[in-house]
Design a protein around this ligand. Structure first.
Ligand code: SF4
Ligand code: SF4
Length: 440
């Protein structure tokens, strides 16, 4: 039985054809001759393509399409079919091609969001319940949020964001709706606690949605690709059942409010370009950090909070995706008007951070790897693979990754990533990592 095999014997796992060992799976080398590294690079490619598909799906919903991305998705998937591609080098190149497609699709989605809702600007978001019936929206689908907000206007039903929806508040075209009230809870994995706590209707629009607890199963709905067994699915953006149920549930009890700041777009940051140049050249900003990616409930993810907390005061942190919840309650202050903690949005907004980095390269007349910029990634799921390969495609070196290395990366793959990009696993000690980076 597969479950009895010691983990170290699982060099690979493939059960995609009838030749598979004993009808279970090839786990050391393929019956067809497929090597473990090839199998793992195929897995990597599939995970990366899933990330691309997630961004592409959201972009398509806003009528944005890129033929080259669509073609790559088809080609990339085809290369992983049985007995098509056994070439390790080609599969690494396909990973980089997937990185290129990730850059394109993230830009496609970002531009579609900006076209639909305007470029984000910084905003303080109230965190906590306010009086009135409520709907909580989680996931990444801004189009679903917009349609819900429209329908909630004038009904007295308040809409709150959760998880990766927080950056929605930054878009002028979304925060113009008075029904958009604030934020409840934090990252995706607190949803069981948050959704149980507030007697509100919930709309799950995308990943990362969890199987619901019984106590809120009758007041959660899904839309788009998100689906849960026994839970109503909303098609065509008709949210009347949610609004009616929210009214029936009645008002939430008002709580003491906190705030999160989000919504930094490329233009906002670049409006500070001259000041940033002056501060860097004057030695008042020593280094920029992009600390972002997925949040996860493991204790090891606390590394990211300790990392940001312990950064020297002459550093600036850009962040995006739900990894920010590890530290977005910290007040890092500013350096002569330049905020030290800059939330740029959802995981797909990695492209906005890339655009800021490229603009800084122009400003300082240097290459990407010569910028005083360190990227510290946390990863949990497969969209992060798309972002990681996008950064490899752009040639970014010296990134840190954690809290664990992606399981698809065996020793051979890790060696290539370390040799080529100096990709470094985070250590157990954030202060040690900071000292090493600052001493570079
Ligand atoms: S494709 Fe190769 S490695 Fe995969 S199940 Fe078939 S024989 Fe095994
Ligand atoms: S950033 Fe990653 S982990 Fe967080 S909600 Fe988005 S997809 Fe899920």
């Amino acid at each position: 039985m597969m479950k009895d095999l010691p983990k170290e014997r699982l060099d690979m796992f493939c059960y995609q054809c009838s030749q598979t060992v004993a009808g279970n799976g090839c786990f050391m080398k393929g019956m067809c001759g497929k090597e473990p590294t090839v199998a793992r690079l195929q897995d990597n490619l599939i995970f990366t393509i899933k990330g691309i598909a997630a961004y592409n799906y959201q972009a398509n919903k806003l009528f944005a399409r890129d033929e080259e991305v669509d073609e790559f998705v088809t080609k990339g998937m085809y290369t992983t079919l049985t007995n098509v591609n056994f070439d390790t080098n080609d599969l690494v190149q396909l990973g980089l091609d997937a990185g290129e497609a990730s850059v394109k699709v993230m830009r496609l989605l970002k531009n579609a969001h900006i076209e639909a809702y305007g470029e984000p600007t910084p905003v303080e978001v109230n965190v906590g319940a306010q009086e009135g019936p409520a709907i909580i929206v989680t996931g990444h689908d801004l189009k679903a949020l917009e349609e819900l907000l429209k329908q909630c206007e004038g009904t007295g039903v308040n809409v709150y964001t959760h998880g990766e929806m927080l950056p929605a508040h930054g878009y002028p075209g979304l925060r113009k709706y008075s029904s958009l009230k604030g934020q409840l809870g934090g990252p995706w994995f607190d949803q069981k606690e948050t959704f149980s706590k507030y007697n509100a209707v919930i709309l799950a629009t995308s990943n990362c949605v969890l199987l619901p607890k019984d106590d809120y199963k009758d007041r959660i709905y899904t839309s788009g690709v998100a689906k849960l067994p026994g839970v109503s699915q909303i098609n065509d953006y008709d949210f009347a059942p949610l609004i009616n149920q929210a009214k029936e549930l009645g008002s939430l009890e008002a709580e003491e409010l906190k705030t999160f700041t989000t919504g930094f777009g490329v233009s906002t940051i670049l409006s500070l370009a001259d000041k940033i140049k002056e501060l860097v050249e004057g030695g008042k900003i020593k280094r920029f950090f992009l600390v972002g990616g997925c949040d996860a409930p493991m204790k090891t993810n606390n590394y990211y909070r300790e990392f940001v907390k312990n950064l020297p005061e002459d550093t600036v942190v850009l962040t995006l995706a739900c990894g920010k919840y590890k530290f977005n309650d910290l007040d890092l202050g500013d350096i002569e008007g330049v905020p030290r903690l800059i939330d740029m949005g959802q995981c797909n907004d990695a492209i906005a951070a890339v655009d800021v980095a490229l603009a800084l390269c122009d400003l300082f007349e240097c290459e990407l790897n010569d910028l005083p910029l360190t990227i510290v990634l946390s990863w949990m799921e497969q969209k992060a693979a798309a972002v990681l390969w996008a950064l490899f495609y752009l040639g970014k070196k010296d990134m840190l990754i954690g809290p664990i290395l992606p399981a698809w990366a065996n020793d051979d793959i890790v060696k290539v990533l370390v040799d080529t990009y100096n990709l470094t696993p985070i250590s157990d000690d954030p202060k040690e990592d900071i000292a090493r980076i600052m001493g570079q």
